[in-house]
Write a protein that binds this ligand. Structure first.
Ligand SMILES: Cc1cc2nc3c(=O)[nH]c(=O)nc-3n(C[C@H](O)[C@H](O)[C@H](O)COP(=O)(O)OP(=O)(O)OC[C@H]3O[C@@H](n4cnc5c(N)ncnc54)[C@H](O)[C@@H]3O)c2cc1C
Length: 290
């Protein structure tokens, strides 16, 4: 399908981008890698009169650490995240997820900010960011705000961002070296597939793996907006993760899915799959050496 003509601007600073977004009165759209947006336009999404390309804004492409936190610029590509030693060291669950996205070509242009703002229920970086308790920094001509990632979502493909707001940074507290984590996903096809369901876990066990001290779980594609699986987390805290406990916890995960999303035609397929995927993610996290 032919895309109608539109204006294209490439600001060099965050301030310039905010000015352009403000002047457009909510009609412009931000473009980063374009891997979601351009496909949407080709498929008939409304074409905005102006696209604002944020990939030349240097500040949005940095990964930095300060004190106890890691800061990732919103226009950082998945490949840059995969090759970041900072993310590997302090937020391994995110680099593991980024390494499985799409194909090398998609990872080289697709950005973490685009993955978040596109708000697909199956977005691979969102569950890892949920278990890292990440915050998003949002700016506009009206000012700056920092929000927990979960509060950026309103529903599938819907965020709480105003049309003139720009997500500029993702921030998470560094995980300590003894924390284990895992990311597993189930994709429909091979490497180019978008995952249908994914699970991210951050886990702290007592020495010798006998007891779970702290655990964060988030599962993609099973709830209307991304969230933590707090019922399963509470059940697992203080327990030894033997097979029986894992099976019981997996029922809490599918129970949350059914409670939040209702019984759907896909439920009979999704229920056993998400239970198995969760158990696989737990085993993987428990096997990870710290
Ligand atoms: C073949 C293929 C395979 C894929 N595989 C996967 C996969 O395995 N896993 C996965 O999760 N995704 C996958 N995707 C989806 C996509 O690549 C990712 O979601 C990617 O991270 C989107 O980033 P982008 O920079 O390309 O976003 P864009 O397409 O540029 O933007 C997406 C949306 O976010 C908005 N936006 C972007 N950045 C900002 C910002 N900083 N502030 C405010 N708004 C912003 C845009 O306006 C747009 O609405 C795949 C896509 C394709 C085409």
């Amino acid at each position: 399908m032919m895309i109608p003509p539109f204006d294209y601007k490439i600001p060099n600073t965050i301030e310039e981008a905010c000015d352009l977004l403000w002047q457009a009165g909510g009609k412009a759209k931000v473009i980063a890698g374009g891997t979601d947006l351009v496909i949407g336009l080709r498929q008939g999404d409304h074409v905005p009169p102006l696209l604002i390309d944020i990939t030349r804004i240097e500040e949005l492409r940095k990964i930095e650490e300060m004190n106890e936190s890691v800061f990732i610029g919103a226009a950082t590509t998945h490949s840059e995240i995969v090759s970041s030693s900072l993310v590997k060291k302090y937020g391994r669950v995110l680099s593991d997820a980024a390494s499985e996205i799409g194909s090398p070509q998609i990872r080289n242009v697709g950005t973490i900010g685009g993955n978040i703002v596109n708000a697909s229920p199956a977005a691979d970086t969102i569950p890892p960011l949920m278990v890292l308790n990440a915050m998003g920094k949002v700016v506009s001509k009206e000012g700056e705000r920092q929000v927990p990632l979960s509060q950026l979502f309103r529903g599938p493909y819907k965020t709480t961002l105003k049309p003139h707001e720009l997500l500029i940074q993702i921030i998470f507290a560094k995980l300590s070296p003894e924390v284990r984590s895992s990311f597993v996903r189930l994709a429909r096809r091979g490497a180019m597939a978008i995952a249908r369901m994914n699970v991210a876990i951050v886990l702290q066990t007592e020495k010798r793996k006998h007891r779970i001290e702290e655990i964060c779980i988030s599962v993609g594609s099973v709830t209307p907006t991304p969230q933590r699986m707090s019922e399963a987390e509470a059940f697992l805290r203080g327990k030894s993760p033997d097979e029986e406990v894992l099976q019981k916890a997996s029922l809490k995960i599918s129970g949350t899915m059914i409670r939040e999303s209702g019984i759907r035609p896909t439920t009979s397929y999704k229920k056993p799959v998400i239970e198995a995927l969760f158990v696989r993610a737990m085993r993987k996290a428990l096997e990870e050496s710290t």
